[in-house]
Design a protein around this ligand. Structure first.
Ligand SMILES: [Zn+2]
Length: 309
């Protein structure tokens, strides 16, 4: 039987409706675009950005040393929640350009991954060594993966038509008993975004709900919404942390939302903060600070570690 998505609040953007769905417990596009529409969108989007792909060169070259710190932190979190008796194996859903798996392989992990974009996949020079396949996770039989101890979704769930179904599917097909799933997603509809709309962006109606970007992002969760969603999908939460609340910059006067050209500077300041913690090996202090952001519902991106209940 089809699910009935009931809602009262709705936002319209790019000719899509985004609803605060009472059935699902988070905001999502409604009705969802079809598989075909999404495929056409991603193919077209890729051609538009080809030759000007900052994300790829940034991630591969990591000029600010930002991703190296993110990956070190992610591995430390994983090690806290994985039993030493399990094999060191990771499966990355939406492997992108393979940079996270390359990091994990260098740390001695057995890696596998899947990337739906053919063009991104073909740019991964070491895709075979990293075990990365081109395909879609919702067609698991075609992927033929060995079950892994850790499955990662780095900025993936917000793009999926049926995120809950995919979480359960990977648990069922590819997660070793006792294994964990790491989910990184944006923290949206958070209190700082709300304050921004009422103050800095008050007269800038165009930029209200600036974080909403259909059909790129189809789903939007806050910390609280994702906790409930994970529970509804049959998972328990082992770990929840967010990263630096970037919204503090415009609230303090550096309005990169209205003036994107100051965004780079705000990013570099955040990187500096991370580096100072890292250089002094102050991992515990950083974890406590960033965990307190999550406890208060703020922080730009959320990292959850979940396991089947
Ligand atoms: Zn819904």
């Amino acid at each position: 039987m089809p699910v009935k998505h009931s809602y009262k609040k709705v936002i319209e953007k790019n000719n899509y409706k985004i609803i605060h769905c009472k059935t699902c417990g988070y905001w999502h596009v409604y009705p969802m675009p079809t598989e075909e529409e999404l495929r056409a969108y991603y193919e077209n989007k890729y051609y538009l950005t080809l030759g000007n792909n900052h994300t790829m060169s940034d991630k591969s070259n990591d000029p600010d040393g930002f991703y190296a710190i993110q990956y070190e932190d992610r591995l430390r979190s994983i090690m806290k929640f994985i039993s030493p008796s399990l094999p060191a194996s990771v499966l990355d859903v939406g492997a992108g350009y393979g940079d996270f798996l390359r990091f994990m392989a260098e740390k001695g992990w057995k890696t596998q991954g899947v990337e739906p974009s053919k063009q991104a996949y073909e740019l991964i020079h070491d895709r075979e060594a990293l075990g990365i396949k081109h395909g879609s996770i919702d067609n698991p039989a075609s992927l033929n993966f060995t079950p892994a101890s850790v499955i990662t979704f780095n900025n993936v769930l917000e793009h999926l038509r049926e995120p809950g179904k995919i979480l359960k599917l990977v648990q069922d097909k590819f997660l070793i008993s006792g294994g964990i799933i790491v989910v990184i997603i944006p923290n949206d509809f958070n209190v700082l975004q709300d304050i921004l709309m009422k103050t800095v962006l008050k007269n800038n109606i165009e930029k209200h709900y600036y974080w909403i970007s259909p059909p790129d992002h189809l789903n939007y969760w806050s910390v609280k919404m994702f906790k409930k969603f994970a529970g509804d999908c049959g998972f328990k939460i082992l770990h929840c942390i967010t990263d630096f609340p970037m919204e503090l910059f415009p609230l303090m006067g550096e309005d990169y939302i209205t003036h994107p050209e100051v965004g780079r500077n705000a990013h570099l300041k955040r990187v500096n903060l991370e580096k100072h913690f890292y250089q002094t090996q102050s991992h515990l202090a950083k974890d406590l600070l960033f965990k307190s952001f999550a406890q208060n519902g703020i922080g730009r991106d959320m990292q959850f570690i979940i396991t089947p209940r």
